[in-house]
Design a protein. Structure first.
Length: 445
């Protein structure tokens, strides 16, 4: 009776797809068989359910003859099942060295980068069978073979590394074009299904090595948890399911709190720092760690201690910078190169449209070519409406421009003079007067 229940995997997957993934019956589904039990079962089940398939196999060339054995197995499997196949070869070790990451992370990045390109470009690969693709294939999904044991491992891995609610939800049934139809099945059910079909598969020898953290969880921790409770994996997955289903309501609450406190993508008011949850959500996905979050929280106003003088303090991640400004934390994306503003010059009959990216001048007062450059230490100009010179840095401070925005500031110059602090103020010496004969309009594009 138990074997019959375990062998009914396709029916369970069909129900799960209908409930959690909403995959169209006529959709083209890319499957990613490695030759192992899980991905072999995925290909067979999706074929049995009637989906139009195209297989994708990654040869990472990490295990010598074993990698080639896996490719040969997948090629024969797809031939038997009449499923078109594309194979992509990767120099994984070289990629890992160049990017300073682990072999496991390199393989994952290479794999998913290839998958992502398939949504918007023709299939390419060293061993590609033709497939008459539907028009508008951009909406197609890529199915991977993660199952409930994998889900339990992911939850535990996130917990030991440190995580928020999204980490507790572990893997999603559908996210960013990737679907996981087997998240409803255990490893035991998958093996029972393959046995019922008389289907063989290959085994990756590195799955038995305890170098990778996930392998240690699989080989050591989960068996111990099953000794404590045979349903440990099921209960871990149930907890992840419950968190995932609650995230929608959690997000609504976070959005409401952001609106209440005036939190935006780039600004986090110091008065909102009483909530670690709000700060954590503001920083989510930006690469900041818990220690940095704790430091930011200490910038919360504390009247009993007086005003903190930490304006200008910064925290860095690989992709973002957070600056402690006067009354808020300000977030910036790190750009690999500065983009110099481009200015269009034109003579106009009168002053028309105005705005921070437009300035007007007496054309006959500008005797040299107009150039654009970054602000330099000691730069000064005569702001429009004033008579005396003022340091650009002081002018920007008066306008509450923060440290990072100052570093990104540009000026327009004519000869040795600054004629425009771009985005803020033109120079009074070159203003339009009743004696002006020709008006020059500068526009940032």
């Amino acid at each position: 009776m138990k074997s019959e229940r375990l062998a009914a995997a396709p029916d369970k997957v069909r129900t799960y797809i209908d409930r959690e993934i909403k995959l169209d019956a006529n959709a083209l589904v890319f499957v990613a068989p490695s030759g192992g039990a899980d991905s072999t079962a995925l290909l067979l089940i999706m074929k049995e359910l009637g989906y139009k398939l195209h297989a994708l196999h990654c040869n990472f060339h990490l295990r010598g003859e074993e990698s080639d054995r896996d490719q040969t197995f997948v090629e024969e499997l797809c031939r038997q099942q009449d499923v078109p196949l594309s194979v992509r070869h990767f120099n994984t070790e070289e990629y890992a060295r160049e990017h300073g990451i682990s072999i496991e992370m390199a393989a994952r990045e290479l794999r998913y980068e290839w998958f992502r390109t398939l949504s918007n470009s023709p299939l390419k690969g060293e061993n590609t069978n033709s497939l008459p693709l539907r028009e508008g294939r951009g909406g197609s999904s890529i199915a991977v073979a993660h199952h409930r044991d994998d889900q339990a491992e992911t939850l535990l891995l996130n917990l030991v590394r440190g995580t928020g609610l999204r980490g507790l939800a572990a893997m999603q049934p559908e996210h960013d074009g990737i679907i996981r139809p087997l998240l409803c099945l255990s490893r035991e059910e998958i093996l029972a299904y393959l046995k019922s079909r008389g289907q063989t598969y290959v085994t990756d020898s590195t799955n038995l090595e305890r170098i990778a953290q996930r392998n240690r969880l699989r080989l050591d921790v989960l068996p111990l948890l099953r000794e404590i409770n045979p349903l440990a994996v099921e209960h871990l997955c149930l907890a992840s399911d419950n968190v995932r289903q609650s995230l929608l309501y959690y997000k609504k609450g976070i959005d409401a709190a952001f609106k209440e406190y005036g939190i935006t993508e780039s600004h986090f008011p110091l008065m909102a720092l009483g909530s670690h949850t709000l700060l954590h959500e503001w920083l989510a996905g930006k690469g900041f760690n818990r220690a940095q979050e704790e430091e930011m929280l200490r910038e919360a106003p504390q009247p009993s201690l007086g005003e903190r003088n930490n304006v200008g303090k910064m925290w860095h991640s690989a992709t973002h910078i957070v600056l402690r400004d006067r009354d808020a934390l300000v977030q910036f994306t790190i750009h690999n190169s500065r983009i110099e503003p481009q200015i269009v010059q034109e003579i106009v009959p009168c002053i028309g449209e105005t705005g921070p990216n437009i300035a007007y001048f007496d054309a006959d007062l500008l005797k040299a070519p107009i150039e654009v450059r970054p602000v330099r230490n000691g730069d000064a100009f005569v702001p429009f409406g004033m008579k005396g010179r003022k340091l650009v840095s002081d002018f920007l401070t008066d306008r509450k421009v923060n440290r990072l925005e100052k570093a990104e500031q540009y000026v327009a110059t004519c000869g040795g003079d600054i004629i425009w602090l771009i985005g803020h103020r033109s120079d009074n010496r070159f203003r339009i007067t009743s004696a002006t004969a020709r008006i020059l309009k500068l526009t940032v594009v």
